[in-house]
Each structure stands twice: as structure tokens, then as C-alpha cells.
Design a protein around this ligand. Structure first.
Ligand SMILES: Cc1cc2nc3c(=O)[nH]c(=O)nc-3n(C[C@H](O)[C@H](O)[C@H](O)COP(=O)(O)OP(=O)(O)OC[C@H]3O[C@@H](n4cnc5c(N)ncnc54)[C@H](O)[C@@H]3O)c2cc1C
Length: 399
């Protein structure tokens, strides 16, 4: 099998790896996926804003549409309701496969293929080795990573011009390149349950420290009789999820008699660590920490950055640029969403310090001050910092 004739190899066949590949249109691209299929295992609530759906290229797989949210603290609840659809709920397996189908027009896939960075020549000691013996590289003294791929019991060595680490939150590719991956990681657990009766126009968010100390829990309707109930926190998310389902006054009622049909666990990166471009390696999606710190949504930011990543790689390969050209990816994606992530992290730090009493007071304040209309009018799921900042300023100046 000749795997060594690809210009670009993307490690990770998640949605963000696929969108990156889709946007490198004029070069040979290979996507390596360690699993045997696209879209499994599920690690997502599948909730995407209207704008996010557009950014993802209107993929198939919508199972529900929502107009707002019930937000619960321990003792209070506010209802944020719009007349129009605000977000879509996806069956991720269908969405991911549809995105992969689009990408497959100019990308090859290799399943059951685990990619890792080969030890680079400059760390091996001794003379120059295979990966370094390219004449242009030598002239430019460019350092390039290469890949080692395990596939069906064999190992292959690949020397693409560019490598993309779209390998999710743990990103062994980023780690083995020595990229600083220090950032907060939340663990998540989720059950899909059927046999429920729910108002499917709304998602249910539980900002209650009894169940999740550092993040929140959710019920996302997938229709009138099917929900995803999940929770993220710094630890023990599965035990906390079971507690929510069994003990929370509303959730336990809502899910009485419900039957689980799918269980998933996953992790969320909160913020980004160091660089996202190193030599001929670029990180994208969860691997690069392109996730909203206040909601954990990664599809919208990931898709935005995947397009930038694909475009920069395409330009680099089309022109006679030095390797440093790839660094423009980092500048461009941070310009696009860096400020929103930074604000999100700041507001998340404030939220983390709020106990159940203060969260109750915050919801009461929002309701009594008539701020719900303001949230409906100005709120933006993808860029929430302006509205959150304004509410926090009002709330804390009165305390
Ligand atoms: C509990 C939970 C709920 C969430 N809910 C939402 C939500 O409602 N809305 C939203 O927008 N986001 C949500 N997210 C975040 C969203 O799921 C991610 O941001 C998104 O999946 C990131 O896509 P990705 O392609 O970067 O990474 P992933 O989807 O993780 O894909 C990475 C792929 O790389 C493969 N891989 C990894 N290492 C290797 C290797 N070495 N070789 C080959 N293949 C490899 C993996 O098998 C995987 O297929 C949620 C996350 C969690 C954990």
C-alpha cells in the first residue's frame, strides 16, 4: 500500500478534521481515523446554533429544533424564549458521516489507522535521516515532522508536506510535538433516553453545584419522546449524572420510566495551551482548544478554524513559501475567536466562584430586572461574552 504520496495527512476523522480536508481542494489529502467508522463513539450533546449549522455547511442529521432554554439554579428557574428557532439538535453520527461524505470528494480515508509523530531527525542524534533529506528542506533548514502509522498490524512511515492534528482533546500528536497542552479538561457523561414526555422546544440547563460543581448539567430533547441528559465537571461526571437523574426534583420526574439507549463519555478542553503551529504541524478543533468555555460547544469554533486551517495549507502548498507561512493560521484563528475564548475563560472563572445561593440570586436578578428580553434580543450562543459581561456588571455593581 502506497501511503507516502500524500501532500497532507490529517490525523483524526472527526468533523473538524474532515472540514479541514474538505477545504484543501487541490492537493492529495489523507485522513487517518483510529476507529472503524466516522462518528463513533458519540461524545456530544449535538446542540448547534443557527450560525453554527451554516458554518458546518448545513449537514444532515437534524432531529430537533429549539427556541430557547429553561435555566435552573438550585431554587429558581428562568425561561429564555424566542419566537424563532435558535438552535438545532443533531444526531452526530449522521452529521459526521455527511461532513465526511463532502470531504471525500477530495480526501482519502484510512480507518483503523492510528497515527503518531515519528521521532523527528533533530531529536534522534546522529546524521540526517529520511525525513530531512529533502533538498528544499536542506536549503531552507526546515524541520519537518513525519508520521508513523499503525494499520492492520503493519507500520508505515509517511512524509507528507503538512500534518494536521485533528485528534481531539487529548491530542497525542500535539503532545508528542512538545506543544504545551496545559489547560483545564472537564470530563463529561451523557445518556440518551427514550420513553420521556418533554417540551421539545426548549433545552434544560442546570446550574446547580449539588450536581456539577464546576460546569453544568443539561437535558437536550431529541424530539418529544427522546432526550440526551448529560453533565460535565472536573471529575466523577458519571456518578454525578446518575445522581442528577435519580435525585434532581425535575429531572427525576421528567425521566421517570425512561429507558437509556446510549451511553457516552467524553472530555472538553477549556482554553488553549501554547502554539497551534509547529514546523509542518498544525492543530485544529478540540486538539487546539477551539471550544466555547461557557457552554463547551466546539463544533462552531472548530468548523470556523478548520476552514482557516485548510485555506492556509492550500495557499502554502500552492505558493513557494517558507514553512513559517503556516504560522498565519494561528494568527488568523485567534483573530477570529481568540477574544471570545479569552472572555469566556474570564467569565467562567467568575461563575466557578459562585455558590448555589449566589446563582439563585443571579437568576432572580435577571428576572426581576427584566433582563430576559435583553438576553433574547441580544444573546448570541456563539459569542455570549458581550451579554454576559453586561449582566455581570449590573449584578456585581448592586451587590
Ligand atoms: C459531553 C460532551 C457534550 C458536547 N456537546 C456539544 C454540543 O452540544 N455542541 C457542540 O458544538 N459541541 C459539543 N461538544 C464538543 C464537541 O463534541 C467537540 O468540540 C467536537 O467533536 C470536536 O471535533 P474534533 O473533530 O476536533 O474532535 P473529535 O470529534 O474528538 O474527533 C477526533 C477524532 O480523531 C480520532 N483520533 C484521535 N487520535 C487519533 C490518532 N492518533 N490516530 C487516528 N485517529 C485519531 C478520534 O477517533 C476521533 O474520531 C461536546 C463534548 C462533550 C464531551
Amino acid at each position: 500500500m502506497d501511503l507516502d504520496n500524500y501532500d497532507v495527512v490529517i490525523v483524526g476523522g472527526g468533523p473538524i478534521g474532515c472540514i479541514t480536508g474538505e477545504h484543501i481542494k487541490h492537493h492529495k489529502v489523507l485522513i487517518l481515523e483510529e476507529h472503524s467508522a466516522i462518528g463513533v463513539p458519540l461524545q456530544c450533546g449535538g446542540l448547534v446554533s443557527k450560525e453554527g449549522v451554516k458554518e458546518l455547511g448545513y449537514p444532515k442529521g437534524v432531529v430537533n429544533k429549539v427556541r430557547g432554554a429553561y435555566i435552573f439554579s438550585k431554587s429558581r428557574c428562568i425561561k429564555v424564549e424566542d419566537r424563532d428557532i435558535r438552535a438545532y439538535v443533531f444526531e452526530r453520527k449522521i452529521m459526521d458521516k455527511d461532513i465526511a461524505k463532502r470531504a471525500s470528494k477530495n480526501v482519502d480515508f484510512l480507518f483503523k489507522a492510528y497515527g503518531r509523530l515519528a521521532v523527528p531527525p533533530w531529536q534522534q542524534g546522529g546524521g540526517l535521516s529520511e525525513g530531512f533529506l529533502n533538498f528544499n528542506n536542506l536549503l531552507r533548514r526546515e524541520r519537518r515532522y513525519s508520521l508513523s502509522v499503525s494499520f492492520m498490524g503493519d507500520n508505515y512511515h509517511l512524509n507528507p508536506k503538512v500534518i494536521v492534528g485533528a485528534d481531539g482533546v487529548k491530542s497525542s500528536i500535539g503532545r508528542s510535538a512538545g506543544i504545551d497542552m496545559r489547560r483545564e479538561i472537564l470530563s463529561g457523561a451523557q445518556l440518551e433516553m427514550v420513553n420521556v414526555d418533554v417540551d421539545s422546544d426548549f433545552v434544560y440547563v442546570f446550574l446547580d453545584r449539588t450536581y456539577s460543581r464546576d460546569f453544568f448539567a443539561w437535558v437536550i430533547p431529541m424530539g418529544k419522546d427522546r432526550v440526551r441528559v448529560g453533565l460535565c465537571d472536573t471529575s466523577n461526571s458519571y456518578e454525578k449524572l446518575i445522581r442528577l437523574i435519580e435525585e434532581h426534583p425535575l429531572v427525576s420526574q421528567m425521566l421517570k420510566g425512561a429507558v437509556p439507549v446510549e451511553f457516552s463519555v467524553g472530555a472538553l478542553p477549556m482554553g488553549y495551551g501554547g502554539e497551534t503551529v509547529k514546523n509542518n504541524l498544525l492543530l485544529v478543533g478540540d486538539a487546539a482548544g477551539q471550544v466555547k468555555p461557557l457552554s463547551g460547544g466546539g463544533l462552531y469554533y472548530g468548523a470556523k478554524c478548520a476552514k482557516i486551517c485548510g485555506r492556509v495549507i492550500e495557499e502554502y502548498l500552492n505558493g513557494d513559501y517558507p514553512l513559517d507561512y503556516l504560522k498565519s493560521y494561528q494568527t488568523l484563528w485567534r483573530r477570529e475567536i481568540g477574544r471570545e475564548i479569552d472572555f469566556g475563560l474570564k467569565f467562567r472563572a467568575i461563575l466557578k466562584r459562585m455558590d448555589n445561593n449566589m446563582l439563585d440570586r443571579l437568576l432572580e436578578f435577571i428576572e426581576k430586572r427584566g433582563l430576559i428580553d435583553y438576553i433574547v434580543r441580544e444573546g448570541d450562543m456563539d459569542n455570549p461574552s458581550r451579554v454576559v459581561e453586561s449582566i455581570f456588571k449590573k449584578f456585581f455593581s448592586l451587590k
